[in-house]
Design a protein around this ligand. Structure first.
Ligand code: NDP
Length: 331
């Protein structure tokens, strides 16, 4: 990788609308850290879309190289856990929000934020999974820890055709769960069934005014949408079931009541990927090697280069992206 490298930069002067452009940076432009990584791949997650479009205050330090995750090879390291040539993955820790992120040929970060890439994945596969897919696995692991098993009944996945939803469906189906895919895009039914969904639930079925309790339909859920959708899912979760909540694509409110919790013993499991402890990250990626069909992963992926990032960021916030977007950054 040459001394100068391409990067996507978002900047803002005073009250001006934010600007997104492709620039060239050098190592001296990067922020503090003890490991320099040659970035090979990144992805476009929903949060990256928010950072690129400015639709929500994801970027909290200006200017910023967005990209909340990346895979690459260690170029230099002052951290004894990493040496040049090591293949690494980064998800979260404020990268792409307050620390220069994955949409650049090089990144300088803290070694404690990195994990070694498992042997069973290429860098491209790791970022095809990306933060959305790794979060989907964290959701599945949360349901498992709560004792949700395939014999208990169907699992609802909301925001199904998006990144978290698509990967959650593929994992749950492979683990033997009956998966119901909730989508606002009925034209994606074949895609969702191809990933392993047993049936489709229309978005409208879960977006009406939530009742405190409704007919018991689901043994569990993975929710990427929040708001009335999550409230409806909770009201329809069977006695003793659990819902892993990770997203807010439909809104950050939760117009629910305590009734599902106190009358049906339903559990609401919060899932955060950004500050998740390292051991859980390593477990999640090891599980992703085993419990995800990588052909299905490839089939749900669109590949772009850095120049395509601004448009893909706008598309994901507009709900137009299906599955995952892989960004080829460097060699
Ligand atoms: P995507 O944009 O790929 O998917 C979101 C999906 O939600 C869309 O595809 C759409 O699914 C559905 N959706 C969008 N808008 C609405 C709406 N207004 N009402 C109902 N459904 C809607 O995003 P990701 O999958 O990457 O991320 C999903 C959510 O998870 C985001 O809010 C993201 O910020 C969050 N997230 C949280 C993480 C954490 O650490 N907690 C980590 C990663 C993501 P369909 O078209 O099928 O209806």
């Amino acid at each position: 990788m040459p001394d100068r490298f391409p990067a996507i930069l978002v900047s803002k002067d005073g009250d001006e609308a934010q600007k997104v452009e492709q620039v060239e940076l050098g190592l001296d432009d990067l922020m503090d850290g003890d490991v320099v990584v040659d970035v090979s791949h990144s992805t476009v997650n929903y949060k990256d879309g928010l950072a690129i479009t400015g639709k929500a205050p994801v970027v909290r330090r200006w200017p910023m190289v967005p990209g909340i995750d990346f895979a690459g090879t260690v170029a230099s390291s002052a951290d004894p856990d990493f040496k040049p040539g090591d293949a690494v993955i980064l998800n979260g820790w404020g990268v792409g929000e307050v620390h220069y992120g994955g949409y650049a040929g090089k990144a300088r970060v803290k070694g404690g934020w990195l994990i070694h890439k498992p042997d069973g994945l290429t860098g491209a596969q790791a970022m095809t999974i990306g933060t959305a897919g790794y979060t989907a696995m964290l959701c599945v692991m949360a349901l498992e820890r709560q004792g949700v098993t395939p014999d208990q009944g169907p699992i609802i996945v909301t925001g199904a055709a998006g990144g978290v939803g698509s990967v959650a469906i593929a994992i749950l189906a492979r683990l033997g769960y009956e998966v119901l895919a909730s989508t606002g895009r009925p034209e994606e039914a074949d895609y969702l069934k191809g990933l392993g969904a047993a049936d489709i639930v229309a978005r409208e079925d879960l977006s009406g005014k939530p009742r405190p309790l409704n007919k018991e339909r689901f043994a569990g859920g993975v929710d990427a949408v929040g708001s009335t959708t999550l409230a409806n899912v909770l009201s329809m979760t069977r006695y003793g079931g659990a819902v892993a909540a990770c997203g807010l694509a439909g809104g950050m409110d939760l117009p629910s009541s305590v009734m599902p919790f106190i009358l049906r013993g339903v559990s609401l499991l919060g899932v955060d990927s950004v500050m998740a402890p390292r051991a859980r990250r390593i477990e999640a990626y090891d599980r992703l090697v085993r419990d995800l069909d990588h052909d299905k992963l490839a089939a749900m992926t669109t590949t772009i280069d850095l120049a395509g990032v601004p448009q893909a960021g706008a598309d994901i916030v507009a709900g137009k992206v299906r599955g995952r977007v892989l960004v080829e950054v460097g060699g």
